[in-house]
Design a protein around this ligand. Structure first.
Ligand SMILES: C=CC1=C(C)c2cc3[nH]c(cc4nc(cc5[nH]c(cc1n2)c(C)c5CCC(=O)O)C(CCC(=O)O)=C4C)c(C)c3C=C
Ligand SMILES: [Fe+2]
Ligand SMILES: [Fe+2]
Length: 334
């Protein structure tokens, strides 16, 4: 069967004019704001009015755009040397959208789309949203390929955990780990989404436990290892503890932050963590403040993607005896 690979992600604005499009599309997504469409439109307007200038300002610090798209294309270039199939980035809120790639796949007679989520932990706000986007766009194009999730999540895959620890080791270099707090920083989510059954928090916590276990096995000792949540938007309750609160109340003034929910660097790592929160740390006189890089196009991450794309998809999580996946809805009933 002719196959093509789609890497699923949110995307990031490719110029300052796209910041509004990003926010508009994100807050039009029923998986991000699961309310009725009238309420969603109202909240969207309020958030765009409040966030647009600040968001543009953040991207200005990064040269006027998000680094996400360029870094994803570097990864795709590396994957192309290992996988004999067309590979596309499918971004949810800004170009490159999946639509153009799907038109190309239809014209090329591609019969199977293999989807790889760039999110290690499954969430309705990310993985499910991207999956539904692909399915919806295929329908709109009257294109009916087999759609396969290569995996719905990989937070518990030991190859992925080794890759996380490799990034942490690379960031700390020759420094003495026992003097540092390791903050494993996951993107936050509203508590309302968690209470509705989203498995993200549980998967993040398992991810943290696995990293702690591997650090112990490798004899790498930090002063403390803490799970924190970043990038809160609005005033509703989100997952806690919030990274900013933890940074503002230091027990120890040497920290290494590892961004746990991203595989590709973006404004929330390179601006929020590395510029904005660094300023807080400098103001309150941290002795050292290190932000680890995401996996980006590292060889271990390339190998992980190749592994999932090359293997038969396992019955998807958590349903073992029916091919429809209970976490993302992918697949079909037998
Ligand atoms: C309700 C708001 C948001 C939820 C829920 C959310 C979940 C979520 N997001 C990511 C990854 C990314 N988020 C990015 C940008 C971004 N996210 C939000 C809000 C929510 N995210 C906003 C408003 C923005 C725009 C930037 C800003 O205004 O601060 C990005 C792109 C960054 C870039 O380089 O452009 C990513 C990637 C995850 C993994 C996640 C749930 C687990
Ligand atoms: Fe986000
Ligand atoms: Fe799934």
């Amino acid at each position: 069967m002719n196959k093509a690979l789609f890497l699923l992600n949110m995307g990031g604005p490719n110029d300052l004019d796209e910041v509004e499009l990003f926010l508009h599309n994100m807050f039009s997504d029923k998986n991000i704001l699961p309310t009725n469409s009238m309420t969603r439109a109202l909240i969207r307007k309020i958030i765009i009015t409040k966030r647009l200038d600040d968001a543009k300002e953040s991207y200005t610090h990064l040269g006027g755009k998000s680094p996400l798209s360029d870094l994803t294309h570097k990864l795709i270039d590396k994957l192309k040397s290992k996988l004999d199939m067309p590979i596309y980035a499918a971004m949810r809120y800004v170009p490159p959208f999946a639509g153009d790639a799907l038109k190309q796949c239809k014209a090329d007679g591609i019969e199977e789309l293999i989807l790889f989520p760039m999110y290690p932990q499954y969430s309705t706000t990310t993985t499910l949203s991207s999956y539904e986007d692909i399915v919806g766009r295929c329908k709109a194009l009257d294109y009916h390929p087999k759609i396969t999730m290569s995996t719905c999540q990989y937070f518990d895959d030991m190859d992925y955990i080794h890759a996380c620890v490799a990034q942490i080791e690379k960031a700390i270099g020759d420094k003495e780990t026992s003097e540092y707090d390791l903050l494993l920083s996951a993107h936050g989510l509203p508590m309302s989404i968690i209470k509705a059954g989203d498995p993200y928090q549980r998967q993040v916590e398992s991810n943290v436990s696995a990293i702690k276990t591997l650090l112990a096995l490798k004899g790498i000792v930090f002063k403390d290892v803490k799970l924190v949540y970043q990038s809160k938007v609005g005033s509703a309750a989100w997952l806690e503890p919030n990274l900013v609160d933890v940074l503002r109340n230091p027990v120890n003034r040497k920290v290494l932050i590892y961004p746990l929910a991203f595989t590709i660097d973006n404004s929330e790592t390179l601006f929020e963590l590395d510029i904005e929160h660094r300023e807080i740390a400098e103001k309150i006189k941290y002795d050292d403040y290190i932000v680890a890089e995401c996996m980006n196009d590292s060889d271990t991450f390339v190998d992980l993607i190749v592994k999932y794309v090359s293997k038969e998809p396992t019955p998807m999580y958590p349903c073992a005896d029916c091919s429809i996946c209970l976490c993302c809805g992918a697949g079909q009933h037998l």
